[in-house]
Design a protein around this ligand. Structure first.
Ligand SMILES: Nc1ncnc2c1ncn2[C@@H]1O[C@H](COP(=O)(O)OP(=O)(O)OP(=O)(O)O)[C@@H](O)[C@H]1O
Ligand SMILES: [Mg+2]
Length: 606
């Protein structure tokens, strides 16, 4: 500011020098300068932001001096060149007086502006922002933890029911026997829940849950006698009760943490906005004063003002170049620093938020998938138990029917027409036995040997099996160039692929098209895709095709067991099977199986 006032002064001296030399232009300009200075001074007063009384005081001080100054200037210019030297003293004195007043006022404004900037800086460094950011981090971590606790509870629930259903199934099928597996490893999940939730209530519930689960486990690890069933039912009931209390507790707490997070986020944004508006006002007043004094710095001040306006509108991409004196440059630097800090905090905030959104999205997806698998597993185990009993009961009479019919057919004394009936009975009984066999396989997975199997080879063998359907359908394969070795049972996997292929061929019976089978490797999994150009699957059926007995085929044509059997087999192999409709039409089944670790070999039961 002083620098700019010095600049104005230098200009004045130069003009005086020129007018002493008698240059008429210089004289004219000197008069103009006086007028311009007068106008500047008015603006200084107007924009000073002083209370009206002080403003009047300043105006009258300035105008008195200004009048004296003008008179001296006029006097000076009217004099002959010889006299001018004498009158210069008077002119310089009023000039000095004017300058003093100006400098005094300017210094006051400068102090005010610097105080404004200092306040701004102090605010910027205040503990608010870091505290907000800390809050934000803490809340987002909490929301995350709670989400993971909800997932761990879900997983425990799934494992508990799977374990219990398996033990019960074994008892129904083969009579009272101790369960070979313990629930103990799954209880570790509850430890996770307690640690992640950090809620005394959740800890208490989870402790109760653990005790109840241990009671169930203890009962299942002994042969289950009928008398013990009510005790078991009661213990399972307790587990369910605790789970039902724990899950909503965690979910409510997680949603609350997410809501808190949104709140903190909002506060930071409004804080940043208030901060900008309040401190910018202080700076603005100071800057306006500076702008009134000289044009030399007007450009950079305009830039500053523009910059501030833009910040106020929420744009943080501004940087001000200061072309003026020291003070202006200093203010521009303070301003730039402030904007940079605002920019930084806003970027941090956005990064936190995006991170969080991504995590929540991932978790929600994982949760949904886990739930779908859980529902499917429950359906299978419920139907499985029922089916096992019925199929077992059917097997004996069917064996007799088949046996006697075969005897009748083979007996030479049977008349020809009766022999024909016997043949029909044999054929149909054989079909019935086949269905029963399928039911049993589904309900009671046999212990099978697992060995390294190349999925590519299984696909090739599947296509060698003669097919009744599929006239005119083009089957294309695109196999991964290297063997995709999984640990499994080749016959079972072939059964899965055959079911899928057969379904596709049946679906394209009326309008022969194409079936593309491809194998690829995705990380540590082998992926097999079967894409057909048939009619696809009705959207309302998409969620049901893996259900036991779900079929759209005519009675006698399909039992609806193919895909549910396949589902069970793939799951026992540690894999997944999914279906979707292709955008270009047709259905696409995807089977994913974990690749074998090199050198791994084992024989495993179901
Ligand atoms: N590629 C496909 N295109 C269209 N629909 C299909 C396809 N694959 C399966 N489906 C539908 O899924 C249903 C269930 O299939 P699933 O193999 O379980 O039983 P199914 O073929 O009807 O009987 P089964 O296999 O016991 O003979 C089918 O009835 C059919 O509606
Ligand atoms: Mg089928």
């Amino acid at each position: 500011m002083l620098a700019s006032s010095a600049l104005a002064e230098r200009r004045l001296f130069r003009l005086l020098q020129q007018s002493l030399d008698g240059s008429p232009d210089a004289q004219a300009e000197s008069a103009v300068l006086a007028r311009v200075l007068g106008a500047h001074l008015e603006r200084v007063v107007d924009s000073s932001g002083l209370p009206p009384e002080q403003r009047r005081g300043l105006a009258s001080r300035l105008s008195a001096t200004m009048a004296a100054y003008e008179a001296a200037a006029r006097n000076f210019l009217a004099a002959s060149p010889q006299d001018r030297a004498d009158r210069l003293g008077a002119l310089l004195a009023s000039h000095r007086r004017l300058r003093e007043i100006l400098e005094g006022e300017l210094a006051r404004f400068r102090d005010a502006a610097v105080v404004g900037a200092a306040q701004l800086e102090a605010l910027q460094r205040a503990t608010w922002l870091p505290a907000f950011l800390r809050d934000l981090a803490r809340n987002s971590e909490r929301a995350n933890h709670l989400n993971r606790a909800v997932l761990a509870t879900q997983e425990f629930e799934a494992r508990f029911f799977e374990h219990t259903a398996a033990a019960l199934r074994a008892t129904v099928e083969s009579g009272p026997q101790p369960s070979g597996r313990s629930l103990e490893p799954d209880l570790a999940l509850l430890g996770d829940v307690e640690r992640l939730a950090g809620l005394p209530e959740a800890r208490a519930l989870s402790g109760d849950l653990r005790n109840a689960a241990r009671r169930v486990d203890a009962l299942l690890r002994q042969p289950l006698e009928p008398a013990a069933v009510p005790t078991l039912a009661a213990a399972v009931g307790q587990v369910v009760e605790r789970l039902e209390a724990l899950r909503p507790l965690l979910e409510v707490e997680r949603d609350r943490a997410l809501a808190d997070l949104a709140l903190v986020n909002e506060s930071v944004v409004s804080f940043v906005e208030t901060l900008s508006a309040a401190s910018l006002f202080a700076l603005l007043v100071g800057f306006l004063v500076v702008a009134a004094v000289t044009r030399a710095v007007t450009a950079s001040l305009d830039a500053l003002r523009d910059g501030m306006d833009r910040v106020r509108q929420g744009r943080l991409d501004v940087e001000v170049q200061a072309a003026g004196g020291d003070e202006t440059a200093e203010m521009a630097a303070v301003f730039n620093r402030m904007v940079a800090e605002l920019r930084e905090s806003r970027a941090k905030l956005q990064a936190y938020q995006q991170d969080l959104e991504r995590i929540v999205e991932e978790r929600t997806r994982a949760l949904r998938e886990a739930q779908a698998q859980l529902v499917q597993a429950e359906k299978l185990s419920a139907v499985g138990e029922l089916v096992a009993g019925v199929a077992h009961e059917l097997n004996n009479p069917l064996t007799s029917v088949l046996g006697y019919a075969q005897l009748l057919e083979a007996d030479p004394s049977t008349p020809e027409d009766l022999r024909e009936y016997a043949r029909v009975v044999v054929r149909e009984a054989d079909r019935a036995r086949h269905i029963v066999q399928n039911l049993l396989t589904f309900a009671r997975p046999q212990a099978v040997d697992r060995e390294p199997v190349d999925v590519n080879a299984v696909v090739r063998h599947t296509l060698e099996v003669p097919r009744a359907d599929g006239e005119g359908v083009r089957v294309e394969t695109r196999l991964h160039p290297e063997p995709l070795v999984v640990l499994g049972n080749a016959l079972q996997l072939q059964q899965v692929f055959l079911n899928i292929v057969r379904n596709a061929l049946q679906a394209m019976r009326d309008r022969p098209g194409r079936l593309e089978i491809s194998t690829t490797r995705a990380g540590d999994r082998a992926v097999v895709e079967f894409a057909d150009t048939g009619p696809g699957i009705a959207p309302e059926h998409l969620g049901r095709v893996f259900d036991p007995f779900f079929t759209t085929k005519k009675v006698g044509e399909g039992t609806g067991l193919g895909l549910s059997l396949s589902y069970g087999i793939v799951r026992d192999h540690g894999g997944t099977i999914r279906v979707r409709n292709r955008p270009e039409g047709g259905a696409c089944f995807t089977v994913e199986l974990p690749l074998a670790q090199p050198g791994h070999r084992e024989a495993a039961g179901p």
